[in-house]
Design a protein around this ligand. Structure first.
Ligand code: NAI
Length: 715
């Protein structure tokens, strides 16, 4: 008996390989499992009393993917492309041995099978999938900077044709049971309790232990290579589309396309070798390290509440209060009711509160139209939201989130009214975007139960919530705030109180840099396009229009008033001032900003910009614009870290990617500094401070860190 795979042979002379990693809730493909699998395959192949084998899982899911612990540190350990190649080739060799050992292998896929788990299924001769809706199949490797390195780029296109395989490989598309069957990825779907028997039935029949691609004369469906016109077109168009979308910041999708294209015009063994070569290049590169670390390992840890203070009992919100049914309150109501909690949605008048609830109705109607929800489910969700103006309805709420106007007085007023009604142990959270939590908590009779829960707009789409710890916030309040974020299935970061907290503070440096460049005479189209080339979702001027120039203007005035003599004027402020005070171009919502918004048409940069900010005779290279945008944000993040706004580099990275779309290929704002090298980072900032102003000035703390070459993420 071995540890992770239980090998048994029944009277029916079928061997069962039950994968069940002890002490874990999920199976992941580790070196140990693969070694054991290899030994089991040898037993099946050599035992004359075994007719064939079925692979199954002892967990609720099949296999969640490969264990990334080793891979995520490959770059930092100096793993070479050749070593990366060998890792992939070794895994592929085991699967290939199974495929060609002469005995038939079937797989009973009882639940989720992703990455290496799905690739194992593809290497079996027969696949039966459970009709369980959670039993999804997919190859998500590209989304973490890798490609499927255990045969995925070779077997899937050979099985279903390149055209159908490419979206699964490039977009990490997850296939539900029905889709998987329709695509031909699995041979049959069965109810969970019949799964194993169906797989065995196939083995007990007259199974063919030869994969289709090992039969002489095999042709990939729809053709392969340049001689197939349709295929050539798929690759030409596909490659340019991917290059356009990724701007060559992400090597994985292009490598995956290449592996499919080059691999499928040769016999499978060559194809697998080609795949491993591309895998080796990717896994030893910095982008894969960045993406695996931030998007998978650290995000996974954040979702499991890595920052939750120990010793506080796990909590669940059953009744939530929301004050203010505006844009944010309405969104928070929706994402909360969606997970089954009762929501009391309070506003100053009942029409306002009802409007907030109607927002959920609108989202649900759209979901029903698209087939993602049903009338019954929508009604059940809406029944959970209770619009009101009466504070007494907040009785019994374990958590209340305030999302009223951004005014200290109004926030103080609603805090007092709420605390008069809610249980003594309830948590009160503010969704303020700018007002320090410690100051707001002064209006509370229980400042230890007061925290910030900063959501992002639109709440139903944005995955992050920034939890802000006030000076007096207790561990219990933090823990319960985190429990709630987990309950509504968002990703939390934990930051300490500071003006603008973390996300708003750093995000605004990017928009400010955009406006500053505009005022310097940098071509606005260059600013916007360079931002997109860097992988930011939209340019800084477009973002400013979205959040509105008016809001930026008001926040800046407020900060100047709050900080008094400590206030440092913001370089982009004169631009905002002109647009708000003189031009009445306050942003998209107002119909005009840096862009024109023609009714029914596409937005375009306002031609008046040319007159207002004449183009400088010498335009910077796009890379300089990119650097100004990225370095400025990374530097501000380093300042936050120095000031103790956040205690963990992972929070900075996750917050930047999921909060405002800092390019994922960098791994986030602090990973960016580690990636370019801290010494180099400091020297670029020094040059920029000289050229563009003191906002690029490096602190002694950072300079000393650079001298020691101290990484933010220690290995
Ligand atoms: P909004 O103007 O859409 O909604 C505010 C709502 O609060 C309105 O429905 C208003 O009637 C209600 N309200 C005002 N005074 C009230 C009172 N005394 N009692 C009960 N309800 C009252 O504003 P929005 O955008 O939803 O912002 C709300 C809060 O969330 C603000 O603190 C804002 O800074 C913050 N925030 C806003 C974000 C955004 O992108 N708009 C992002 C993150 C935070």
């Amino acid at each position: 008996m071995n540890n992770t795979i239980q090998y048994t042979v029944g009277d029916d002379v079928i061997a069962t390989l039950l994968i069940d990693i002890p002490g874990k809730s999920m199976n992941v493909l580790s070196d140990k499992i693969v070694l054991e699998l290899s030994a089991c395959i040898d037993k099946v192949a050599t035992d004359d009393d075994v007719k064939g084998a079925v692979i199954a899982s002892g967990k609720a899911a099949f296999i969640a993917g490969a264990d990334l612990t080793e891979l995520v540190t490959a770059y930092d350990r100096g793993v070479t492309p050749v070593e990366g190649y060998e890792w992939s080739a070794a895994l592929s060799a085991v699967f290939r041995k199974m495929e060609t050992c002469g005995k038939p292998f079937a797989v009973a896929i009882n639940g989720l099978a992703l990455g290496g788990g799905f690739e194992l299924c593809l290497a079996c001769h027969y696949r039966v999938l459970s009709d369980n809706p959670k039993a999804v199949l997919g190859l998500p490797e590209v989304s973490i900077g890798l490609l499927p390195g255990a045969g995925g780029t070779q077997r899937l296109p050979r099985l279903i044709g390149m055209e159908k395989a490419l979206p699964v490989i490039l977009q990490g598309k997850k296939l539900k049971p029905k889709q998987a069957l329709e695509l031909g990825v699995v041979d049959e779907i069965a109810p969970a309790d019949e799964l194993l028997q169906r797989a065995k039935d196939w083995l007990l029949g007259d199974p063919d232990p030869v994969a289709p691609w090992d039969v002489k004369g095999f042709r990939v469906q729809g053709g392969a290579g340049a001689n197939s016109p349709k295929n050539a077109q798929t690759f030409m168009v596909g490659t340019s589309l991917v290059a356009g979308m990724t701007q060559h910041n992400y090597p994985a999708p292009i490598a995956a396309i290449s592996a499919v294209y080059e691999g499928c015009i040769t016999p499978i063994d060559n194809g697998l070798d080609i795949e491993s070569q591309y895998f080796g290049q990717l896994v030893s590169g910095v982008v894969a390290r960045n993406m695996m670390r931030s998007l998978f390992v650290n995000k996974g840890a954040a979702d499991k509440l890595a920052r939750r203070p120990a010793g506080v009992e796990k909590s669940r919100v059953t009744k939530l209060g929301i004050l203010g049914a505006g844009m944010m309150g309405a969104g928070i109501a929706y994402v909360s009711a969606r997970t089954g909690m009762q929501v009391v949605l309070l506003d100053t008048d009942i029409e306002g509160a009802e409007r907030g609830k109607a927002y959920s109705e609108g989202l649900l109607n759209k979901a029903i139209k698209r087939g993602y929800s049903t009338e019954a489910k929508a009604k059940a969700l809406l029944d959970l939201i209770h619009p009101t103006t009466d504070y007494n309805d907040l009785e019994g709420c374990e958590l209340v989130i305030e999302a009223v106007f951004e005014s200290r007085e109004i926030k103080a007023d609603v805090t007092a009214k709420t605390e008069a009604v809610i249980p003594a142990d309830a948590i009160f959270a503010s969704n303020t975007s700018t007002l320090p939590i410690t100051g707001l908590a002064e209006a509370s009779i229980r400042p230890e139960s007061f925290i910030g829960l900063h959501f992002f707009s639109p709440v139903d789409k944005m995955p992050l919530v920034e939890l802000i710890v006030g000076e007096k916030s207790s561990d219990e309040a933090i823990a319960r705030g985190l429990d709630y974020i987990q309950q509504i299935r968002k990703t939390p970061i934990v930051v300490n109180d500071s003006p603008g907290f973390y996300t708003s503070r750093v995000f605004s440096t990017s928009t400010n840099e955009g406006m500053t460049m505009l005022a310097e005479g940098v071509n606005p189209a260059l600013i916007e396009n360079a931002a997109k080339m860097a992988g930011l979702p939209v340019g800084p001027l477009a973002v400013m229009d979205e959040v509105t120039l008016e809001l930026g203007y008001k926040i800046t005035l407020q900060a100047a008033a709050d900080q008094g003599d400590d206030y440092t004027p913001v370089s982009g402020f004169p631009v905002m001032q002109k647009f708000v005070e003189e031009l009445d171009r306050k942003g998209k919502r107002f119909g005009a900003g840096f862009y024109e918004y023609p009714e029914g048409g596409k937005k375009y940069l306002w031609p008046g910009l040319a007159e207002l900010y004449p183009l400088a005779a010498q335009q910077p290279p796009a890379q300089e614009v990119i650097d100004r945008l990225l370095y400025r944000q990374a530097l501000e993040t380093a300042r936050c870290f120095e000031e103790g706004v956040m205690d963990h580099p992972a929070d900075a990275d996750i917050g930047s990617i999921f909060g405002w779309g800092f390019p994922p290929w960098t791994g986030g704002t602090l990973s960016f500094i580690d990636m370019v090298g801290i010494r180099h980072f400091v020297s670029v900032c020094d040059r920029m401070a000289e050229a563009y102003g003191p906002r690029f000035a490096v602190s002694d703390w950072l300079r000393e860190r650079a001298e020691r070459e101290q990484l933010f993420h220690q290995l």
